[in-house]
Ligand binder design. Structure first.
Ligand code: MRU
Length: 331
């Protein structure tokens, strides 16, 4: 099951809005379609949206090369791709790298961008495998592990980051169970993580986001491991809303709190007092989750999609190039 694939000039996106009930690939033929798929979360997870953006640059290059002002068109379309979601740094990173891989003449743009995207797809698989291998030293047989959102194969071009590491650790050592936060409001934990854990035959239970403290207080969590959308040089981590709450809880209960992510999620320019943009999504996602209205008519909601965990609350960061402990000075 691949989150994305490219066939006969068409980008095919496994439509995660339909999971776990339907596995259907959404055909995307132009750059604007790819930007829309990222915005509406047909594809999601920082590395996967980065990879989608790399393929989208190829689609943009194909369209732009045929336009009267090729460079202007390319810059307009790739600007839209990079801005589709603001928090994951992977999006901007992959667009910049894909553009840097283009030759001068528009006739060669499409092939060059496609080569870049296909190369990144292979690299992400290797990065995920290396993350899982480095993370193994944090796990012990029989552990009970808590995770948030979805960071598995659906969220990257490989086997996943935090969830990939969990599945690898279960195969290598045997975990007692995984507690998966359902992850309001888009329910990535319930719809995607539980689905991946089930397919991988890892024992797991879904819990509501508010239950984490209860399970920690009962001594039923040995390790928390999550992914990231952006990591600053001091280990500060932007990730799915609710992650910061888990880090505070883990600290209070003396439980290790680990972040697993590739280097392409690291933004070393994010430091000191610098703020990043936290995506604010439609309030309808909270008032009417997955289209079913719960809130009273006329109610309003806030819907920040991410929060920021300070580096002091992070016990370790695992990347493809190793396992880092505080004080973090990431490069
Ligand atoms: O809004 P989403 O589903 O794109 O958010 C995903 C997360 O927060 C993940 O933890 C993060 O992107 C890492 S995915 C390997």
């Amino acid at each position: 099951m691949e989150a994305l694939r490219f066939r006969d000039g068409v980008l095919e996106i496994l439509d995660q809005r339909l999971l776990p009930f339907e596995e259907r690939y959404l055909p995307v033929r132009d750059a604007r379609g790819a930007s829309e798929a990222i915005r509406d979360m047909a594809v999601r997870g920082a590395p996967a949206i980065g990879l989608c953006a790399a393929y989208a640059v190829a689609l943009a290059a194909r369209e732009a090369a045929a336009a009267p002002d090729a460079a202007g068109k390319l810059s307009e379309l790739t600007g839209e791709i990079a801005a589709a979601r603001p928090t994951a740094v992977n999006l901007r990173f992959e667009v910049e790298q894909a553009l840097a891989a283009l030759p001068k003449h528009p006739a060669g743009w499409y092939e060059a961008a496609l080569r870049y995207a296909e190369g990144r797809s292979r690299e992400q698989a290797l990065e995920d495998a290396a993350i899982a291998q480095h993370a193994l030293e944090l796990f012990r047989p029989g552990m009970r592990v808590l995770t948030h959102c979805n960071t598995g194969g659906l969220a990257t071009g490989g086997s996943g980051t935090a969830l990939g590491a969990i599945i690898h650790a279960h195969r290598a050592l045997g975990l007692a169970e995984v507690l998966a936060d359902e992850t309001r409001p888009r329910l990535q934990g319930a719809r995607l993580t539980a689905y991946e854990l089930q397919r991988a035959q890892v024992p797991h239970h879904l819990i509501v986001d508010g239950a984490a403290a209860h399970f920690m207080a009962q001594g039923r969590v040995d390790l928390v491991i999550v992914g990231a959308d952006r990591i600053g040089e001091d280990g500060r981590t932007a990730n799915k809303i609710g992650t910061y709450m888990l880090a505070v809880l883990a600290h209070h209960h003396g439980i290790p709190f680990v972040v697993a992510a590739p280097r392409s999620s690291c933004d070393t320019s994010w430091r000191d007092d610098g703020a990043i943009e936290i995506e604010e999504r439609s309030m309808e996602e909270v008032l009417a989750p997955l289209g079913t209205r719960f809130a009273a008519q006329g109610s309003s909601a806030y819907n920040p999609a991410f929060d920021v965990t300070p580096g002091e609350l992070v016990t370790a960061i695992v990347r493809e190039d190793g396992l880092f402990r505080p004080p973090f000075r990431l490069r």
